[in-house]
Design a protein around this ligand. Structure first.
Ligand code: NAP
Length: 487
């Protein structure tokens, strides 16, 4: 294929709803615009689904469910495998599309494609490994069998920060398990999912198994689907605030629910840490995806004996990053996704500085078009600063110091969130105390990234429940049925 251009990749997307295997306009022909965050300009318009369109998508998923559940697992796995190959082959095209709608540098979009596609390869392998068990009842009178069956039609709601991977880690296991689905991508970044829908159709996914609905009237269109008794599962990745509301809406239908919500990751650097390795890890944990990741380190909790060295080295690395349009050569840091997000980051930094934090580098928005913010390091961030409690979702690294292990762990756990934590130390006994003591669903020891399709991703506390990826990921889409067999 020829080198993709901005216009060729935008033209390659069907800007419509994908329902029952057909691309179609929204009822009444409504549309909404998708913008380039590096300029604020509109890229294209996509279909703006109504409540009736949402119901039509669920109708299609319900109609396809029984045939899909009966499709041989190997066939389901082969569809995923084929889509994995296409994503890998066409990564340049998709990376450009993703960068245009979301902003991150092309190299980051490619990294997301590698990560996101891997969920399809992983679950193509899991599709044929779904098994039950057989045992003799303790009294010997009966036999106990268990089998796994697909949960049924699912609703998947995904965020804008990883437009591909947050979808594939739900779609992959659902396809493998034999569930049908309605997917609602974020309004800011729907193009990647629309592109993926065509790839899955071209890979042989039967009509109605995957349906994609884009809408600007999100709550109004989603709630009737969630309350529809034919829906069996809701899986959501997004903010804790919206997640709480959706759990309430799902209560009447007693849906199976998975919630991947916000984070406030602590990044602990102990006095015996390899500081250079900790700085490398910090760059990954903070700057992956411009800091717009639920796994982003939100608080650097550094032992007082190494804090000056860590702060200096981190600031040097942060200030050397090139900020610019994600499509331009050599750019490391793209714009934040929208004006509101950029202003929130600026507000959190200003609040911390007003309360006594010092700016080691950065500290303000970049003047001009688009929603850029400078890579920033803040030192001595006081207890009352909002960014110690709130998710920053931007390129800002706040440093807090501590003097002993217990204090470090107490600060790390002082948050309503519990998604991930990172710790750098060379003391093996401390490693065990730390990973056992951290109140999170995931821990990275001497590494600044934990996301891996072969591992169970998920949180505790206000970061939600349920796991995506690993052998656990497919369980979210399966019901266990027990059969008692009398002799
Ligand atoms: P968000 O505002 O909660 O939106 C997420 C999704 O929910 C979008 O598709 C959004 O649609 C939809 N939505 C919004 N209001 C809704 C409603 N009333 N009913 C049904 N759906 C609704 O979150 P975001 O700003 O896109 O994403 C950032 C958040 O996601 C952060 O808190 C981040 O930590 C979290 N996140 C968590 C994980 C994880 O695995 N734990 C991964 C990535 C991101 P619209 O776009 O149309 O508003």
């Amino acid at each position: 294929m020829s080198t993709p251009t901005e216009s060729s990749v935008l033209e390659s997307v069907h800007p419509q709803l994908f329902i029952g295997g057909q691309w179609r306009d929204a009822e009444g022909g409504g549309t909404f615009a998708v913008h380039d965050p590096s300029s604020g300009k509109a890229l294209v318009v996509v279909a703006d689904a109504s409540v009736a369109d949402g119901t039509a998508a669920l109708d299609a998923a319900v109609a396809a469910q029984s045939d899909w559940a009966a499709t041989p697992p190997r066939d389901r796995g082969e569809i995923l495998r084929s889509a994995f190959e296409t994503l890998t082959e066409r990564a340049d095209e998709l990376a450009l599309l993703m960068t245009l709608e979301m902003g991150k540098a092309i190299k980051e979009s490619k990294a997301e494609i590698t990560y996101g596609a891997e969920f399809f390869r992983w679950f193509s392998e899991e599709a044929v490994r779904v098994a039950g068990r057989y045992s003799t009842a303790p009294n010997g009178a009966t036999r106990l069998l268990t089998l796994k069956q697909p949960v049924g039609p699912c609703l998947m709601i995904t965020p804008w920060n990883f437009p591909l991977a947050m979808g594939t880690r739900k779609i992959g296991p659902a396809i493998a398990a034999g569930c049908t689905m309605v997917v609602k991508p974020a309004g800011l970044t729907p193009l990647t999912m629309l592109w993926l829908a065509q790839v899955l159709a071209d890979s042989g996914l039967p009509d109605g198994v995957l349906n994609v609905v884009t809408t600007s009237r999100t709550g109004e269109v989603m709630e009737p689907i969630i309350r529809d008794p034919r829906l069996r599962k809701l899986t959501f990745t997004g903010s804790t605030e919206v997640g709480r509301r959706l759990v309430e809406q799902s209560a009447d239908g007693l849906l199976r629910v998975s919630m991947e919500l916000g984070g406030n990751a602590p990044f602990l650097v102990f006095d015996d840490a390899d500081v250079d390795a900790a700085v490398d890890g910090a760059m990954l944990a903070k700057m992956r995806n411009i800091g717009e990741a639920c796994t982003a380190a939100n608080r650097f909790i550094v032992h007082e004996s190494v804090a000056a060295e860590f702060g200096e080295k981190l600031s040097k690395r942060m200030s050397s990053l090139v900020v610019g349009r994600g499509t331009d050569d050599g750019v490391d840091v793209g714009p934040l996704v929208e004006e509101k997000q950029r202003d929130k980051v600026a507000e959190l930094v200003d609040d911390a500085v007003t309360q006594g934090a010092t700016v080691l580098t950065g500290g303000s928005a970049v003047e001009g078009d688009g929603w850029f913010y400078q890579p920033t390091v803040l030192n001595e961030v006081p207890e009352g600063a909002r960014l110690r409690k709130e998710e920053i979702f931007g390129p800002v690294a706040p440093i807090i110091t501590f003097s002993d292990e217990e204090e470090g762990l107490t600060i790390a756990n002082d948050t309503e969130f519990g998604l991930v934590a990172y710790a750098f130390t060379r003391d093996l006994s401390r490693v065990v105390r730390v990973y056992e003591g951290l109140e999170t669903g995931m821990v990275g020891i001497n590494q600044g990234i934990v996301s891996n399709p072969a591992a169970p991703f998920g949180g505790v506390k206000a970061s939600g429940f349920g796991r995506e990826g690993g052998t656990e990921g497919i369980e979210e889409y399966l019901e266990t049925k027990y059969v008692g067999l009398a002799l």
